[in-house]
Design a protein around this ligand. Sequence first.
Ligand SMILES: CC(C)(COP(=O)(O)OP(=O)(O)OC[C@H]1O[C@@H](n2cnc3c(N)ncnc32)[C@H](O)[C@@H]1OP(=O)(O)O)[C@@H](O)C(=O)NCCC(=O)NCCS
Length: 203
Amino acid sequence: MKVLIIIGAGGHGKVIADIAYSNGYKEISFIDDTKKAFDNYQVVGTTKDIDKFDSNKYEFIIAIGNNKIREKIQKKLVSKGLNVATLIHPSVVIGPSVIIGKGTVIMANCVINAGSFIGEGCIINTASTIDHDCIIHDYVHISPGVHIAGTVEIKERTWIGIGSSIKNNIKICEDCIFGAGSVVIKDIFNSGTYVGIPVKKIK
Ligand SMILES: CC(C)(COP(=O)(O)OP(=O)(O)OC[C@H]1O[C@@H](n2cnc3c(N)ncnc32)[C@H](O)[C@@H]1OP(=O)(O)O)[C@@H](O)C(=O)NCCC(=O)NCCS
């Protein structure tokens, strides 16, 4: 098993480290552009140092909630031929037909049902559910406790806030933010920030 380098030494990184241990990684280090030490973990460099990690020995995962930053760093890793891991907590229930892209992390107690596709660099956060035949595009973040019904499509870099619900057969465009507790019952065609039940655009 390779050594895992987690980019981003924050709370999300700490949870990802726990998932990585449960996936069998034995050696884990962090890199971070500002922090030098972090709980009991070593912070061994910054994102400027990624070239120093030999791809025969190391794999990376990005623990940064900001979708645009996560995308930028993952694309840089891939362009340099470095390895990007995919992590799935052992409690997750995933249909055998589900496809999950590299750099995606599926956190504890999620359920992803038959025919769904999860792109690259996504965060499917704690106890969220994605029902059948959904398409979750690259660098989307589904926050904890979100429920997404069947045949929903969410385009690149959209962030669904904690505890939101999305009705079946909905399409959501790229670069949206949905506030905590949002309920989406109609297609969303314009990027922006949406809140409420049902959601309304505020920015
Ligand atoms: C939607 C959100 C991003 C807006 O943040 P913001 O751009 O800083 O906006 P503000 O806090 O200035 O709020 C703007 C207005 O929207 C309202 N609003 C903000 N979030 C709301 C929400 N989730 N539901 C309903 N109304 C909300 C505010 O009350 C405010 O209304 P006002 O202008 O009448 O006072 C943020 O409130 C939110 O809900 N974030 C999700 C957090 C989350 O899911 N975290 C999980 C991390 S894993």
